[in-house]
Design a protein around this ligand. Structure first.
Ligand code: MEV
Length: 336
């Protein structure tokens, strides 16, 4: 039996634009998904997952890929999560086949898989990337192969790319595999130095459909020149943002996050509850706030030195949960 964990993330800057080759800076936070993999005697996958949401919003799921799950959350979210697990196992098997020519064909090896996650599904905190990254690491190690975090990131990207029909950047998976803050621009992925940041996350209890939101931006970008310019402008914000990050200038980071949110709103990926939380965070004294991830619903990220517990956001109508999130400098790791 082998267990690995990987962190969720917030986007300081650059989601959506990163799909078109602009840079993005996601940043890992101390909310992790743990995946335990146990080799079976047949080639089946059985998946058990409790608590696929934030504390206090427990979602029970238990099922098997060959059976009918006992579902207490939206079936489409569960289906999506199971798609990532299948794709992660496929990538792990391929990685093992590439490394080993002894032993049984990895395609014939099945697994019992248990997922424990502190990251809500589809809410912009990188739940699918964290599960995919941890799943690939655990499944390869269970079969006696150690991949570097960069190799896990690459395999996890391929898994997400397949599940999302080619509409995925390397940002979520690279960040989850490496930890800390990272720079992703096309195929160029690197970690970047960052000071500890006063990150506050607000969650509206909902989720967005990443595929549909990415497709919506693509259509807008093809239809309107100004939407294409908006995507490029987000890239400019990210480049400015890297400098502010290097100099630890939280006020400037916040200003740039506010610009970034405005442009995401213009691209149609915000929502009423996300906008409300963004404004509540700003009104409470945050240096800046924006939606994080694909949008449509889910989470916002704010930088606020004064709000130790996310209290200001917690009392905003439409905010189900808010918390202070520490930067997680650990990426994927083996768990005892
Ligand atoms: C989703 O977490 C982030 C997007 O930029 C899509 C991607 O980068 O794959 C919207």
């Amino acid at each position: 039996m082998t267990t690995s964990s990987a962190p969720g993330k917030v986007y300081l800057f650059g989601e959506h634009a990163v799909v078109y080759g602009e840079p993005a800076v996601p940043c890992a936070i101390e909310r992790r998904a743990r995946v335990t993999v146990d080799r079976r005697d047949d080639d089946l996958l059985r998946v058990h997952a409790d608590d696929l949401s934030l504390d206090g919003f427990t979602v029970e799921y238990s099922g098997a890929s060959e059976g009918t799950p006992d579902v207490a959350v939206s079936e489409s979210l569960i289906d999506a999560a199971m798609g990532y697990v299948d794709a992660a196992v496929e990538q792990a098997r391929a990685a093992v086949a590439e490394r080993r020519d002894d032993g049984p064909d990895p395609e014939t090896i099945g697994f019992d898989i248990t997922i424990e996650s502190e990251i809500p599904l589809g809410a912009g905190l990188g739940s699918s990337a964290a599960v995919t990254v941890a799943g690939i690491d655990a499944a390869t190690r269970e079969l006696g192969v150690e991949l570097s975090p960069e190799e896990v990131a690459d395999r996890a990207f391929r898994a997400e790319y397949d599940v999302q029909d080619g509409e995925a950047s390397r940002a979520d998976t690279f960040c989850s595999a490496m930890g800390g803050a990272v720079w992703v621009e096309g195929d160029e992925c690197r970690t970047i130095e960052t000071p500890d940041l006063p990150i506050v996350v607000g969650f509206d209890g909902g989720a967005g459909d990443t595929g549909a939101l990415v497709a919506g931006v693509r259509q807008l970008r093809e239809e309107y020149g100004f939407a294409a310019d908006t995507v490029e402008a987000i890239g400019d914000i990210v480049r400015e943002g890297e400098q502010a990050l290097q100099s630890g200038d939280v006020a400037e980071l916040g200003r740039l996050m506010n610009f970034n949110h405005g442009l995401l709103e213009a691209l149609g990926v915000s929502s009423r509850s996300l906008d409300r939380m963004v404004w509540a965070a700003r009104d409470a004294g945050a240096e800046g706030a924006k939606l994080t991830g694909a949008g449509g619903g889910g989470c916002v990220v704010a930088l606020d030195e004064t709000d130790e517990t996310g209290t200001a956001l917690r009392f905003t109508p439409g905010c189900e949960e808010a918390f202070r999130a520490e930067l997680d400098r650990d990426g994927v790791r083996a768990e005892p």
